[in-house]
Structure formats: C-alpha cells, structure tokens
Design a protein around this ligand. Sequence first.
Ligand SMILES: O=C(O)[C@H](O)[C@@H](O)[C@H](O)[C@H](O)COP(=O)(O)O
Length: 259
Amino acid sequence: MSRPQVVVYPSPALLAAATAARLITRLVDVQAATGSASLVLTGGGTGISVLEQLRATPARDAVDWSNVDLYWGDERFLPSGHPDRNETQARAALLDHVPVSPDRVHAMAPSDGEFGNDPEAAAAAYAELLANAAEPEDHGPVPKFDICLLGVGEEGHTLSVFPGSPAVYEKERTVVAVRNCPKPPPTRISLTLEAARRSTEVWLMTTGENKAPAVAMALSGAGEVQLPAAGARGTHRTLWLLDKPAAAKVPNVFAPPLA
Ligand SMILES: O=C(O)[C@H](O)[C@@H](O)[C@H](O)[C@H](O)COP(=O)(O)O
C-alpha cells in the first residue's frame, strides 16, 4: 500500500477546482494508456463540489466520458431520484452534463428498486456487479479502480464505514449494508475498505477545521477500526487533498520540503 501524500489548498473552492483539474488529467492519462478508465464517486459536500467544478471547466471535454466506468463508494439507501442520494447529486453535478455511456454508470440500487427495501440484497447485488466487472488481471473480486474519490467525516468515517462499526471489520464481502448510520440517512450501502484498497489511486478530500482532528489521527498512524479513513489507501497512490483548516494538525512529516 502507498504512503499518503498531502496537498493543502488555501480554500475549499480552490481544492474543488484543483481536484477537478487533477481528475481530468488523471482520467485522460489513464485512457491514453489503457483505452478506458474507472472512477469511484463519493457523496458529501466536497466530493460533489469537485464534480460541479469539473462540469464547469472546458477541459472536461478532454475526457472520453463514453469510455469511463463510473461506480459509487457508497449510497444512501433511499428511493430513486431522492435528492439526498449520492447518485442524484452526482448526476445533477456532472453526469447529466457529459456524454457518459448509460450502461457504464453503475449506481447502487435505490430502496424502491428491484430489491425493494432490502439493503442487504442491494449490497449483495452490487458486490456481484463488481465481481462480474473484474477482469482476470484484476486478481480480485472487484475491478482495479483507477481512482477512488472519498470524503472524510469528523469522526474519521469514509465511504459509509464508521469507527467500530460492523462494516469496518468486514474482510470477506466487498459491499455491505449499513444500518443505524450516525450520519443520516441511517441506512446505506457501502464498499468495504478492503474493496476500496484495490484502487490504484485513492484520493481523500476534505475541508474545515472540524475535520482537522480526524485528518491528523489518520495521518499519525491511527488504526482503521478507530479511524476508518486511515485504512483508505491505493495500491500505487494515496492522496489527502485538504484545505488549510483541515490540515491544521497534520504532522510536520507531511509538510512540503522547505524551499
Ligand atoms: O454518503 C456520504 O455521506 C459520503 O460518502 C460520506 O462518506 C461523506 O463523503 C463524508 O461524510 C464527508 O462529507 P462532507 O464532504 O460533506 O463533509
């Protein structure tokens, strides 16, 4: 697993704009090298802001969106089209504005979909979707995602994996149902950390002084059970993209070299 790298931006707006630019460049580079790309989207304010900034930049059209497989790291288990669903927000922010291939946008099931109000069945179905999408060279139960975007909660959750929750101990399944989630809505579907760690690159993005303690703990060696975001690492790269307040307590070892 890769050692975390930290990049700090002066403001949330600049973090979102710069991360959108970073994402465009990475997607273009991966497509130039392999012909396609796979991206795991996240919910949360920072994650959606990045998608909105991406939509706003002309450079977005450098990506062959028809050749991107889009997945979600987690989803709020709500009826289709509900404004709080991560899918709803991602479509409004970006996906409805670029020429994605509908059959390559892999949303997690809504609570009024084919599995009804059964989040365990919906989670199992998404795990099967991922297993079917994995290629032999991925050597695992999920595709080797090129980039996995993640947010971070105040107490250190990421995806919908919360400290000390059953999901944080899950080592077998790749997708789980989450109930009684501390962050509303209470019922969700989430990749596990094991699944996220199969990503080539993991980008954790967060802002605000209220996130500074969790960020500092994650970067200071906290265990993933206590601090799930600490367990979110890519096989080749782990980026922490922060604004200054969120980075306020980051250990000096991550500070940029003195000029
Ligand atoms: O569905 C969700 O709520 C997200 O996936 C969740 O993990 C989010 O990314 C964090 O809670 C950070 O959210 P903010 O960026 O809004 O602080």
